[in-house]
Design a protein around this ligand. Structure first.
Ligand SMILES: *Cc1c(COP(=O)(O)O)cnc(C)c1O
Length: 211
């Protein structure tokens, strides 16, 4: 077993079978990712469209069950490529982007799965929909644009307060009747699963520190 698969098995043992582990492979080349692909792991996350376009299309041809997740900020001018390449997009965070994603879904005859990113702690530097605008945004995305919104995503502040923000994201998720929840990274995934996370996004705990 490689370093990466050993780390992956450790995470898997901690979280059990009910939680989907997205192996966040951003910055790592395929040579590091390959052992996980070869043991049949399905969910992989990237945060840049261009990097993902360079790394994944060929691999997906050989491993068609792989699901690619866009977890980083998605610029409007990359919406088209994102709809082509990703199965899940976790960073739906504004109206303009929602309109474009819907347009390209129609154009390419594809349906993707989305998480709405919520700015739960109201941080100026972070993207995400404001809690107070969430219900309206959700309604617009589902009813007007027919986007398949499966859950909420948040990135809590990095100050030890994850509990509070995971809890409020879980409650918002429930208030919309959503089934999936994208919370938890390497540092806080055990906390996230206490708040019903269904997709944890794990980078460094699997692949090691990024340079
Ligand atoms: C990089 C990244 C992760 C993974 O971070 P780790 O701390 O390395 O697990 C998760 N979510 C998002 C949005 C990221 O950009």
């Amino acid at each position: 077993m490689s370093f990466v698969t050993i780390n992956f098995e450790k995470v898997k043992k901690l979280v059990g079978d009910k939680v989907n582990i997205i192996a966040v492979s951003k910055t790592f080349e395929y040579i590091h990712i390959k052992p996980l692909v070869e043991i049949g792991h399905k969910h992989f996350g990237e945060n840049k469209v261009q990097e993902a376009e360079r790394k994944w299309p060929e691999v997906k041809k050989y491993f068609p069950d792989i699901k690619l997740h866009m977890i980083g900020k998605l610029q409007s001018n990359k919406a088209k490529q994102a709809v082509k390449l990703f199965d899940y997009i976790h960073s739906l965070d504004n109206l303009k982007l929602a309109n474009l994603l819907s347009k390209y879904e129609t154009l390419f005859n594809k349906k993707r799965k989305y998480f709405i990113q919520v700015n739960v702690a109201n941080e100026k530097q972070k993207s995400g929909i404001d809690k107070n605008k969430l219900a309206l945004f959700y309604k617009y995305c589902t009813e007007e644009l027919n986007l398949k919104i499966i859950g909420l995503m948040c990135i809590p502040p990095n100050d030890g307060s994850a509990n509070v923000y995971f809890k409020s994201t879980m409650e918002l998720n429930e208030s919309l009747g959503l089934k999936e929840l994208s919370i938890g990274m390497s540092a806080d995934f055990l906390t996230a699963i206490k708040y019903n996370s269904t997709f944890i996004r794990i980078g460094s705990a699997i692949f090691g520190e990024r340079s």
